[in-house]
Design a protein around this ligand. Structure first.
Ligand SMILES: N[C@@H](CCC(=O)N[C@@H](CS)C(=O)NCC(=O)O)C(=O)O
Length: 145
């Protein structure tokens, strides 16, 4: 699989939290220098979260697909438009970390990122055997991050 020269950027706080499995898998897949492990200072996160929160002004609807409801000026009807979350770094419906910025997308959910990265690289962490893989998935679901 060829990812070109783009480096995935993983963003979380300075600390283990929900990031360990994803960080380990990203390190294994992309090597020490093939990805960026960005640790956001908490104050910076809080500032970004405030911008994000403000963008959810009434009607405060968070759609899972990253859209929000606004009133159509002409018809007065409610319509769905893409939410840019006020330009906040937290451009996702839940405004949480971690995030993975890659391929022009922002991916959330630590377990999903860990599983994805665990299948990559010269020596993927995810076993080839289908049943062993299933056991890994069970373990990951049980741990929920
Ligand atoms: N299910 C998500 C949960 C993410 C989550 O809860 N992130 C917390 C930190 S561990 C967060 O960003 N909290 C900040 C906030 O709630 O404003 C995942 O595993 O990635």
């Amino acid at each position: 699989m060829n990812f070109g020269s783009e480096k995935p950027v993983f963003i979380y706080f300075k600390g283990a939290g929900r990031a360990t499995a994803a960080r380990v898998a990203l390190f294994n897949a992309f090597g020490e220098n093939g990805w960026e492990n960005k640790m956001l200072p908490y104050q910076e996160f809080a500032d970004q979260k405030a911008i994000w929160q403000k963008s959810l002004d009434a009607p405060n609807v968070i759609n899972a697909d990253g859209t929000k409801q606004v009133k159509d000026e002409e018809t007065g009807d409610m319509k769905s438009v893409k939410n840019d979350y006020g330009g906040s770094l937290l451009q996702t419906p839940l405004g949480y970390l971690p995030q993975l910025h890659f391929g022009g997308k922002i991916i959330t959910q630590s377990a999903a990122i860990a599983r994805w990265a665990a299948g990559l690289g010269e020596k993927p962490l995810m076993p080839k055997d289908h049943f062993e893989r299933l056991e890994c998935e069970v373990w990951k679901c049980q741990n929920r991050n």
